[in-house]
Write a protein that binds this ligand. Sequence first.
Ligand SMILES: [Zn+2]
Length: 377
Amino acid sequence: MLKRVIAFFLVVIVVFGVFPRLISWADYLKKEPAYQFVVDGEVWFTVADDKALQEMIDEYQRQFLANVDPDAIVKKISFVQDVQVLPVEVRKDQFDPLEYAREKIYAVENEAVEITIKRGDNFWNLARTYNMTVADLEILNPDVDPHRIYPGDKLVISPFNPVLDVLIELENTVVETVPFAIQYQKNNNMFTHEKQIIRPGVEGEKEVVYHITLRNGYQDTLEAIKETVLKEPTNAIVRVGTRTTVARGGRVNFGVVQGKRISSGYGWRIHPITGQRRFHDGLDIAANHGNPVYAYTDGRVVEAGWNGGYGNCILIDHGNGLKTRYAHLSRIDVRVGQKVKVGQRIGAVGSTGNSTGPHLHFEVIKNGKTQNPLNYL
Ligand SMILES: [Zn+2]
């Protein structure tokens, strides 16, 4: 009898006590499909929803395309780190919530450091102050035109640096101008500095394909991989007096200054990454700081002094609706109202105002409209 009772209770214990627990243990130990986010071999988190994770990664990477020309072709997007999404099977309690995944993916190492432009600041002296190059500063601020910055504007001097670095490969096709050359015809009957435009030059057009890599949205490399001329330039033909003009004892004589090269031409430019169009209303001639600047031709000084982005600037009225402007000077040697002669020293090359280095910004204004100075030099 006792044995029967014991056996009965044993059955009861097994059926109502142990068995359900075994079932819940089995349930607890059961593994479900999940996705592990692995960075350089280290598991960052595990989530159940693969689609939501992919969307999150995609959204994170695409934020770095915010300032890119919408017409650019995205070739490849990848992480600098070795990132893998691995299918696994784990217990339910080992799943991480999506918000946690988002926090990890969007983690930031350093926020971008910005400075506020003060009067007298320009790309050149700011680059010196922060121990970087003008090119670095331009890369960090692709949407800023160095020739158009004003007090109160913000400039990035140290990039936004996330924990997960994103590399983007782009291809962008832009139309650029092809500068024209000037053919000189020498004429014995003409005096010093006299010149006559026989045929004005016309810039050509070319299509340039750039291959660009961005790291966290900032330019890493930029390379022109293909150029197709759409329209050949028409060279200018200028008749000059043989008696002097050329050579004032330096490398290239531009008449108004002894320079190294033209660092920026006149006209529209398209930024290869942002696709933004900018107009440059003068000719930038890179030259040594302190090089003398000469009057283009006879005239009267109508402006001489500080003029915002132009820095120290001179404007000369030559009559017949023709004016010339000389900007970013380190020195001004004339005053308003003064009459000047062709070739007279009026100031010196500098980098004042909105400048990216010592150069002369030379502008030609005919009847109130700027002209391509190459047709006048
Ligand atoms: Zn300029």
